[in-house]
Design a protein around this ligand. Structure first.
Ligand SMILES: Cc1cc2nc3c(=O)[nH]c(=O)nc-3n(C[C@H](O)[C@H](O)[C@H](O)COP(=O)(O)OP(=O)(O)OC[C@H]3O[C@@H](n4cnc5c(N)ncnc54)[C@H](O)[C@@H]3O)c2cc1C
Ligand SMILES: NC(=O)c1ccc[n+]([C@@H]2O[C@H](COP(=O)([O-])OP(=O)(O)OC[C@H]3O[C@@H](n4cnc5c(N)ncnc54)[C@H](O)[C@@H]3O)[C@@H](O)[C@H]2O)c1
Length: 452
């Protein structure tokens, strides 16, 4: 017989862990079900360990910039401290005991099982079944989307998981996909000495962002020794003698010791039992409303909603779900018009809201302004590694920014001012009257606004 609880959370990644913990702390009877690691992709295979790699790789790059600006310096890159730090500090050797204990201490019941929805309000985990009287929260995330390329299946290709677990550095690495994962990891590995080639199907890398961002990032990685094959697709993959050989659709052949597949993510809900809730098990995302409800007494949060594959989105939607489940009188509705994102290449590429293309496609009366970071006082002082730009996208009719990009040293931090502007629809004339501290990188925002 099903055990009665208030809420069942399926998937305890970033979003699920937050939701289960907060609802349990509020006094609800909560069961959280996780088939792998409590905490999900971000702490074990995503954001945190990848940013540890990037931090280390950026130290190497910064040291190489000493020459000609502060004397001379040489650096012998060593992957061992990076791998050790990821193992010891980030992932606890891919052990989630601390996270499980933390959630249990908040009052939740945690089951390390695969959850299956068996009815409108019932979920099975192993040999136990639960009836969720308040509802079910689906927080099952995404997995790597691996394209059906001839010969690829069955080879020991890497996804982000194997790349993050790497104890030693490959001599050479092919990266399929020049999106956020491909570009971040390509640069980190290249700075440690791997020979890296990126294969990107679109005409330019980071194709979801402003075209200028793709050019900037590609040129930066080229300076780190990365080679690019853009506008081409892999047609065939072979693996022999510890070497991958990839034949591209333009006829050229590239090879490398490892092949990292970073061609996007997909939801994996085929066997979750979504049909029991009247939801399409074959859909590419679970549609949610403003309260992240996917149906009656069903909420979905995080990557699985397809709103944005970002930890901050999973946390944001978790907050919306928690407050709706708790029936708070001022429970907020979600708004995604100022979704921020940062690609942690060097230069960092921060963006918020719409790109120019998206704004034009939305039928807005678009005006843009941009300014190069090296032309700003701070950029000029900074010199080595100062590449970047600020671009603002305005809706001329409303007189507000609807999108912006901040690329450059600390581009992700400079983004914060632009994110506030887009989020709160601060009038452009008001932004123009702001005083921007001298000499900062963010002062370039004022110049970009003047160029509108
Ligand atoms: C290499 C890499 C770098 C990234 N860097 C960043 C970054 O810098 N900044 C950023 O914002 N985002 C980053 N991301 C994205 C970020 O990791 C995700 O957006 C975030 O983890 C989404 O959280 P989630 O809770 O939706 O899903 P997940 O973290 O994927 O968690 C879902 C959980 O559900 C579990 N699950 C699935 N099905 C079931 C089932 N039937 N039963 C039980 N459990 C189940 C899974 O095992 C998983 O633990 C990165 C991702 C990668 C891969
Ligand atoms: N800093 C961050 O916030 C961060 C870091 C890493 C990942 N993420 C998120 O994780 C998700 C997954 O990242 P990702 O880089 O795998 O996906 P992505 O969607 O960002 O990029 C995938 C790239 O692969 C290309 N591609 C797809 N199929 C291809 C093929 N067959 N041949 C060649 N190229 C192909 C696409 O054109 C695209 O440029 C993204 O949505 C991203 O936002 C975020």
């Amino acid at each position: 017989m099903a055990e009665q609880v208030d809420v069942v959370v399926v998937g305890l990644g970033v979003g699920g862990e937050e939701t289960a913990g907060r609802l349990a702390q509020a006094g609800l009877r909560v069961v959280g079900i996780e088939s792998r690691l409590v905490g999900g992709e971000c702490p074990y295979y995503g954001c945190i360990p990848s940013k540890m790699m990037i931090r280390a790789a950026n130290l190497i790059a910064e040291t190489r910039r000493v020459d000609g600006m502060a004397g001379t310096a040489s650096v012998q890159p060593d992957w061992a401290p990076v791998a050790k730090r990821i193992r010891a500090e980030a992932t606890d050797n891919w052990n989630d005991k601390v996270a499980v204990d933390r959630l249990v201490s908040k009052g939740a019941t945690v089951l390390k099982e695969r959850g299956t929805i068996t009815g409108r309000n019932t979920v099975r985990a192993g040999d136990r079944e639960f009836e969720a009287t308040r509802g079910i929260v689906i927080a099952t995330g995404t997995i790597p989307a691996v394209p059906p390329i001839d010969g690829l299946a069955g080879t020991p290709y890497w996804t982000n998981r194997e790349a993050i677990e790497a104890d030693t550095l490959p001599v050479s690495m092919l990266v399929l996909g020049g999106g956020a994962i491909g570009m971040e990891l390509a640069q980190a590995f290249a700075r440690f000495g791997s020979q890296v080639s990126v294969i990107e199907g679109a005409a330019e890398v980071l194709s979801m962002e402003e075209p200028e961002s793709g050019v900037l990032a590609r040129e930066a990685l080229e300076r780190d020794g990365v080679t690019f094959h853009t506008g081409v697709h892999a047609k065939q993959v072979g693996y022999a003698g510890n070497t991958f050989t990839v034949t591209l659709d333009n006829g050229s052949v590239v090879s490398g010791e490892k092949l990292l597949v970073a061609t996007g993510r997909r939801i994996a809900t085929d066997e979750l039992g979504l049909d029991q809730l009247g939801l399409d098990p074959k859909a590419h995302r679970i549609e949610v409303d403003g309260h992240v409800r996917a149906g009656d007494k069903v909420w979905a949060i995080g990557d699985v909603t397809g709103v944005g594959v970002f930890t901050h989105n999973a946390m944001y939607q978790a907050d919306i779900a928690v407050r709706d489940i708790l029936e708070e009188p001022d429970a907020p509705t979600a708004s995604y018009h100022a979704m921020p994102r940062v690609t942690f290449t060097d230069p960092e590429i921060g963006a918020v809201g719409l790109t120019e293309k998206q704004a034009r496609e939305a039928g807005l009366d678009v005006r843009t302004g941009s300014t190069p970071i090296p032309a700003s006082t701070r950029g000029w002082i900074h010199k080595a590694g100062n590449e970047g730009f600020i671009k603002v996208v305005a809706d001329n009719e409303r007189g507000v920014l609807v999108g912006a990009t901040s690329a450059g040293p600390t581009g992700g931090e400079v983004l914060s001012a632009l994110a506030v502007a887009v989020h709160a629809a601060v009038p452009v004339h008001s932004l123009r009257q702001m005083i921007y501290a001298y000499p900062t990188f963010h002062r370039a925002i004022g110049e970009a606004l003047k160029a509108l």
